[in-house]
Design a protein around this ligand. Structure first.
Ligand code: ZN
Length: 454
């Protein structure tokens, strides 16, 4: 007996959209294609896709969802993975924020808490490494525990100096891991900030100029070359930044992965005059020209993947920034709106194709996370994580999101695609942003060279 049959979908393939259905057994895809051997009479549950587009559940490799030291009580791995499920993101990779995960004991504690709360499957990242002594950090211990990614910063508040980043990359490269770097040069940020007076939101992007990103990407690119450590540049904000990162990709001595986020494609610094603190994000927004160039880099493959850098806060916290933009934390919620944004403003506006979207938010991030093809693909034997997307025109409203922070930077935009149905591990987890998955439904996913040990 088939557990679930998704009928009459348009499947996203590398060649484009193809009509087809999907049969699910024991949480995995048992059959997929235009003509299945099973019919609806053989299935316990039938989901009529009615021509909706079916793609693998999205894999968001950059989220900040759980940090009791930093976030209010109702913002935790439960509520935020609920928001992920609502938006068709069925796998998240959670990064440290304020609370360090710099020992395997920190990691074990975070893993246990998150496993109790997770609505979707998840991986973890080690960090934030502000200091690094090879004799004191158990790099192999993280890798054995299924956590091959190590996060560090060239900018405050978690900044590491150049020697520290080189030492970290040498050790992680030798151990078979990847270093992820937030690239903005602090000295450039400091000089820019010193020149600004006042508290107006429009000052914020001016405090974090483009050159800070460009210099830092180049520098850590050379560090990757020098140390032989794979490099993942998080949240590239500009087409120029992507071009600099691409120089190191084309040298091909070590893998270099370039990530961007929806906010850097959706907004430029010119939007800050109307949206103010609702666009306070690090790195900050760049010029409309850089946004156009970044879309080009997303289209042509210079940018490898899109992730959200989801950072949840409440509306009231954010409103404080109208009076003093330096007050609220920087960061935007985005895990629930990523897919709808990329389909509405990417595919439907002719900027990217369905196969490119499949690569950007499913296949490539799953490979980067060491989870492909189990995640990020629709094929027999893979996890039955499936998103159905419906054409529908509507005005974006935080009221209609599962996200509990009561705001979205996209409020009032007109979108043309809606995440209709989300299936994870063969179970229905969300319908039109109503989540039926529960805490504990998601599992920790060991990744990288240590994953086989699980
Ligand atoms: Zn981040």
């Amino acid at each position: 007996m088939t557990d679930c049959l998704v009928e009459n979908a348009r499947l996203v393939t590398n060649a484009g959209l193809r009509p087809g259905s999907i049969a699910i057994e024991n949480g995995a895809i048992a059959e997929i294609g235009p003509a299945l051997s099973v019919s609806s009479a053989d299935a316990e549950t039938v989901v009529q896709a009615d021509g909706m587009v079916a793609l693998p559940g999205a894999v968001d490799v950059h989220t900040h969802m759980h940090d009791p030291e930093l976030f209010p009580d109702d913002i935790d791995f439960a509520t935020q993975t609920e928001s992920a499920a609502a938006g068709g993101v069925t796998t998240v990779v959670e990064l440290p924020t304020q609370s360090p995960v710099t020992t395997p004991a920190d990691l074990g504690a975070k893993r246990d808490v998150c496993e109790d709360l997770a609505h979707v499957d998840f991986g973890l990242v080690a960090g934030n490494f502000e200091d690094f002594e090879e004799s004191e950090v158990d790099v192999d211990g993280f890798i054995d525990a299924g956590v091959p990614d190590f996060k560090t910063f060239t900018a405050d508040p978690y900044r590491a100096d150049d020697g520290t980043i080189l030492d970290l990359m040498s050790a992680v490269g030798d151990a078979g891991g990847t270093v992820r770097v937030h690239c903005e040069t602090q000295a450039i940020l400091d000089r820019a900030r010193d020149d600004l007076e006042g508290t107006d939101p429009e000052l914020y992007p001016r405090s974090r100029p483009l050159e800070a990103e460009l210099e830092a990407i180049g520098r850590v690119g050379w560090f990757a070359e020098r140390t032989g450590c794979p490099l993942h540049v998080v949240h590239v904000t500009s087409g120029s930044g992507a071009a600099i990162g691409d120089r190191f990709k084309s040298r091909a001595r070590v893998p270099v992965t370039l990530e961007t986020c929806p906010q850097y494609l959706a907004f430029s610094r010119e939007d800050v005059s109307s949206l103010g603190p609702f666009l306070k994000v690090n790195p900050s927004l760049k010029s409309p020209t850089e946004v156009d160039r970044l879309w080009q880099a997303v289209r042509d493959g210079t940018i490898d993947l899109v992730a959200t850098d989801h950072f949840p806060t409440h509306r009231a916290d954010r409103e404080r920034g109208w009076d003093d933009i330096w007050e609220p934390y920087a960061g935007l919620p985005g895990v629930e709106t990523m897919l709808e944004f990329l389909v509405s403003e990417g595919i439907h506006e002719g900027r990217i194709s369905w196969p490119r979207l499949l690569e950007l938010v499913c296949a490539r991030p799953a490979r980067e996370a060491g989870l492909y093809p189990r995640k990020g693909s629709l094929a027999v034997g893979t996890d039955a994580d499936i998103v159905l997307v419906r054409d529908r025109t509507y005005e974006v409203s935080a009221d209609e999101l599962a996200y509990n922070g009561d705001w979205t930077p996209y409020e009032g935009r007109t979108w043309s695609a809606r995440v209709d149905t989300v299936i994870a591990g063969g179970e229905l987890v969300a319908r039109d942003h109503d989540v039926v998955a529960e805490s504990g439904d998601g599992s920790f996913l060991p990744r990288g060279p240590g994953a086989a040990a699980e």
